[in-house]
Design a protein around this ligand. Structure first.
Ligand code: K7E
Ligand code: CUA
Length: 677
């Protein structure tokens, strides 16, 4: 029977591998392996045991090769790490490749109890409060695009940035401890989309807008759309020394009220420039209920929208020279200044575009029009020549519009609903096709033509995915030196791929082997994502990450990344009262808190510091104070502080929420709040 299932299937690469394996093993049937006798099935090359398992489970040769390519044995680590947006969860997902194992869900915009993110610990509350919107505590996010920090256009494994489309925010996550350090709220726009993307040395974090509104989202009637509503793109200045975005050194560009979509930074030959898509250049304002065309029709009437071509280096000079206006205290370069200084050019792009992706060398910008079956490739060199020649018309706002034929390099028919493009090391590009629910592999031209055998700018292969892919992401796929090897398809629909879990289904991440040239794409693995709808992800070589095993010193404050003045050593524990304020310095170690009794009075204000004095890898303690909504995660060396008013009297058991030792249940204490009467 094993013979049957090898030859029943056409000899794919996977099948070939099995056969090669068989030939290798034929030589030693019943060979002795570490003293054990292994009998080998001569047809499949698998041991008799493995053949029996494969037969029992109905696995095809393709299944078996996929399993061999993705299985990571216990104790071994993945070769790549994928950082994925957590969608509506507001978090960042960390996933190992090729195993597709979920390693962590990092708390970012949304409280996360296990990490003690947003449950009392001062630093975490401070960061979440930075993300408040005009005083509203916004505690969810629609995260779309994570961006790994780069040095010289390559991921350097130091930071990740993540945007929140819903409330126009950007977060900074430090990869020394995988914790969020900062959230900035965009002062100019309530909503964003084209973020976060970084420039090749992470000097700037790009946050493009989306649905136009008056700057600062001030009120104005939709009748005044063309005059009062505006688009924007913001450039956040990132300080690598402090690991923080500096709002005072950041700026935005005022743009026409087209709906800016994704952006990408130029690199190498196009470094210093930024490219953003737009749609709804029709400036449709909807109103189906009043007999107007609905948004989706009104916003897709024109054949062409505008690729925004931005001279970021020059814009930074103009901003530094103070040629800005202030919107909510934030520097904005007015549109007329941008036009006068030559900061912004447009190029026509078909048709309701979505993704813009710059090739690894920075020579080409690949655009996908959602309603156009082609990808359109622009040449940076031609853009520069067209700008220099001054051969352009202007849009209604006076922005120069370069001629399509002057800047076009190629158009490749890839299929229906193209969205996003990624690159590999073999001169191929990959474009997601939402409507065809496929991933297209196509051959780049120019300098990349030497890397592959196919004709330049031609379609090479298509891989079915399940179902309706949004973004795709290739290993190191946004860098100047992509690795190829793996591609993940971030599918919007799962339908029948997994056990039915009710009407709300997970999304489906599918791992695809892109290591071989030609029409060889192979689907390897499905990973359900049940915590929100991720949009984009980036994949970094795991050995570029060097996070701490424990915090550098006992008494470490993760939010300042330095020793906390209230961090203590064992033996320094104490409780001090000053009027109505009680301050506690506590330590945690296996398997006790010191002190174990905290006696206070109703109405006291309590300031409580806890230091985990452990130096052992993975010796984390939790701290829960029920009734006061406190939960901390105290990683080895960490000091955390929380404050509260003891409004309620009673007996409160605080306890460790991490199963840290055999006597973990005994790691507890009493807080006694004596009634004030
Ligand atoms: Cu296409 Cu926000 Cu990048 Cu979703 S976006 S898919
Ligand atoms: Cu410490 Cu459980």
């Amino acid at each position: 029977m094993t013979k049957q299932w090898v030859y029943k299937h056409k000899l794919t690469l996977g099948g070939l591998l099995v056969v090669i394996l068989a030939i290798g093993l034929l030589a030693s049937c019943d060979r002795s392996d570490e003293g054990k006798t292994v009998s080998v099935d001569t047809a499949s090359g698998l041991s008799a045991d493995a053949s029996a398992i494969a037969a029992e489970r109905g696995l095809t040769p393709e299944n078996i090769t996929a399993a061999l390519k993705t299985y990571v044995p216990s104790g071994q680590h993945d070769e790549y790490i994928m950082f994925s947006s957590g969608g509506h969860s507001g978090q960042l997902l960390v996933i190992g490749l090729p195993s597709m194992r979920l390693l962590k869900v990092v708390g970012v915009f949304t409280p996360e109890p296990w990490q003690g993110w947003g449950y009392g610990a001062q630093g975490t509350m401070d960061v979440l409060n930075e993300g408040n919107v005009r005083g509203q505590e916004v505690r969810w996010a629609d995260t779309h695009h994570p961006a790994l920090s780069e040095t010289g256009g390559d991921y350097d494994g130091q930071w990740v940035f993540l945007n929140d489309k819903a409330n126009g925010r950007v977060a900074v996550i430090d990869l020394r401890d995988f914790e969020t350090k900062q959230i900035v709220k965009n002062p100019v726009a309530l909503i964003d989309h084209g973020g976060a993307m970084v420039t090749p040395d992470t000097e700037w974090v790009i946050e493009g807008g989306q649905y136009a509104a008056p700057l600062g989202w001030e009120y104005s009637s939709l009748e005044n759309y063309a005059e009062d509503y505006r688009g924007m793109v913001t450039f956040w200045k990132f300080n690598r020394e402090t690991g923080r975005i500096e709002p005072e050194n950041s700026f935005a560009l005022e743009l026409p009220p087209y709906w800016q979509d994704l952006c990408d930074a130029g690199k190498l030959v196009s470094e210093g420039w930024v490219f953003c898509n737009s749609f709804n250049t029709e400036m449709a304002t909807g109103g189906i209920e009043s007999g107007n065309p609905p948004f989706e029709a009104g916003a897709s009437q024109r054949d062409m929208d505008y690729l925004h071509i931005i001279n970021l280096n020059k814009a930074a000079e103009v901003a530094a020279a103070g040629k800005t206006m202030e919107v909510n205290g934030f520097n904005v370069i007015p549109l007329e200044t941008s036009i006068a200084e030559g900061l912004v050019y447009f190029a026509p792009e078909p048709k309701s575009p979505h993704g813009v992706d710059v090739t690894p060398g920075g020579e080409y910008m690949v655009i996908s029009g959602k309603l156009d079956p082609h990808v359109t490739v622009y040449s940076f060199d031609k853009i520069q020549k067209a700008v220099a020649a001054g051969n352009f018309e202007t849009d209604d706002y006076g922005v120069p519009v370069l001629k399509f034929e002057d800047v076009l390099e190629a158009q490749i028919e890839v299929g229906l609903g193209p969205l996003h493009t990624q690159f590999d090391d073999k001169g191929y590009a990959y474009t997601s096709l939402f409507l065809d629910t496929q991933v297209a592999r196509w051959a780049l031209g120019g300098a990349y033509g030497e890397l592959h055998e196919e004709e330049d700018w031609t379609l090479v292969d298509k891989q079915d995915v399940q179902y309706n892919v949004g973004h795709i992401v290739a290993a190191e796929g946004d860098t100047v030196s992509p690795d190829g090897k793996y591609l993940v398809s971030l599918n919007k629909w799962a339908v029948d791929r997994f056990q039915n879990v009710g009407p709300l289904l997970p999304q489906n991440f599918q791992l695809i082997d892109i290591s071989q040239p030609g029409d060889s794409l192979q689907l390897l693995y499905d990973m359900p994502i049940g915590v929100g709808e991720p949009h984009y992800a980036q994949i970094i070589k795991a050995d570029k990450l060097a996070p701490w095993e424990v915090y550098p010193e006992v008494g470490w404050n993760p939010h300042t990344q330095s020793k906390d003045p209230n961090g203590i050593e064992a033996g320094e524990e104490r409780i001090e009262r000053n009027g109505n304020t009680v301050e506690i310095w506590m330590t945690a170690v296996r398997s006790h808190f010191t002190p174990e009794h905290v006696e206070i009075k109703q109405g006291d204000h309590v300031i409580w510091h806890i230091t985990n004095v452990e130096r052992a890898y993975d010796a984390t303690h939790g701290f829960s104070l029920p009734g006061y909504n406190i939960n901390l995660s105290l990683e080895p060396g960490e000091t955390a502080t929380f404050e509260f008013d003891a409004t309620e009297d009673g007996v409160y058991s605080y306890y460790c929420t991490e199963f840290c030792s055999a006597l973990h249940l005994e790691m507890t204490g009493y807080m006694l709040v004596e009634p004030s009467e």
